[in-house]
Ligand binder design. Sequence first.
Ligand SMILES: NC(=O)C1=CN([C@@H]2O[C@H](COP(=O)(O)OP(=O)(O)OC[C@H]3O[C@@H](n4cnc5c(N)ncnc54)[C@H](OP(=O)(O)O)[C@@H]3O)[C@@H](O)[C@H]2O)C=CC1
Ligand SMILES: O=C(O)C1=N[C@H](C(=O)O)C[C@H](O)C1
Length: 248
Amino acid sequence: MTTKVAVVGATGRLGQLVSRIVRESDEFELVAELDSRTPLSDMLDADIAVDVTVPGVSQKVVDFAVSNGISVLVGTSGWSSERITSLQSRIADNLEIGVVIIPNFSVGSVLATTFAALAARFFDSIEIVETHHASKVDSPSGTAVRTAELMGAARVKHGPVVAPHTDQRARGQQVASIPIHSLRMQGVVARQDVHFGGTGELLTLSHETLAPTSYEAGILLGLRAARTARGVTVGLDKLIDLTSGLPR
Ligand SMILES: NC(=O)C1=CN([C@@H]2O[C@H](COP(=O)(O)OP(=O)(O)OC[C@H]3O[C@@H](n4cnc5c(N)ncnc54)[C@H](OP(=O)(O)O)[C@@H]3O)[C@@H](O)[C@H]2O)C=CC1
Ligand SMILES: O=C(O)C1=N[C@H](C(=O)O)C[C@H](O)C1
């Protein structure tokens, strides 16, 4: 039996890609495509709603879906750890549905974030530079926020990073004490560089998305996870066994 999917944000860049993947899959059936003019009730026939809208709308979409017993796959940015904690407590008693939040569907990006969290314990000087296409409306990127939060969590015993002069605007926006610098440039899809400064050495972990096709494998994994997940799951790394690679 196929799983019925509604895509919210279907006219957008990511939404069009998700709709195509669902349409081309034997496992899923596309039952609704919503945009800013569509009532959210159009998703009510679906088993899973995919939210790929804008940070200011995403929470409303998720709330509507879960209160109607529909599981959600969230690709939209803006899901900070605070927002996630509040969602977790809201759906803790609901054993029927799950919300899978994937800040970045690209396998390379999630590996880069995992490596950054590993390196974070070894360097006290850390900054992120994230670069996205000029049409991106939000900053810092969801990926950068997630990367900073995971590095911060990895550094609990080490304390905040050393980031001087953060009272100056050009020193970036701090998340978990780590400055994030956002560039919005024509000619770019998405790129993130995490810079680590140590004693007599620099380490830079870079990931670049060259085309949205890099999101395809992660979107399919996210859709499959949303069928069975309960509670809140965050990050593509939770859906992949990092020791054995992608399922084939
Ligand atoms: N997790 C990941 O790997 C990735 C995440 N993203 C994130 O996904 C999100 C979408 O990105 P992108 O596709 O580039 O954005 P777009 O601006 O291209 O698309 C936004 C979509 O949201 C819709 N929308 C806006 N307001 C509402 C509303 N009130 N109700 C329903 N739908 C609404 C728009 O509809 P309309 O056409 O009517 O305005 C449009 O379909 C962003 O947060 C981005 O950061 C992007 C790429 C990868
Ligand atoms: O808006 C985008 O394009 C992207 N948004 C996500 C983010 O904010 O991290 C994921 C990816 O970087 C592309």
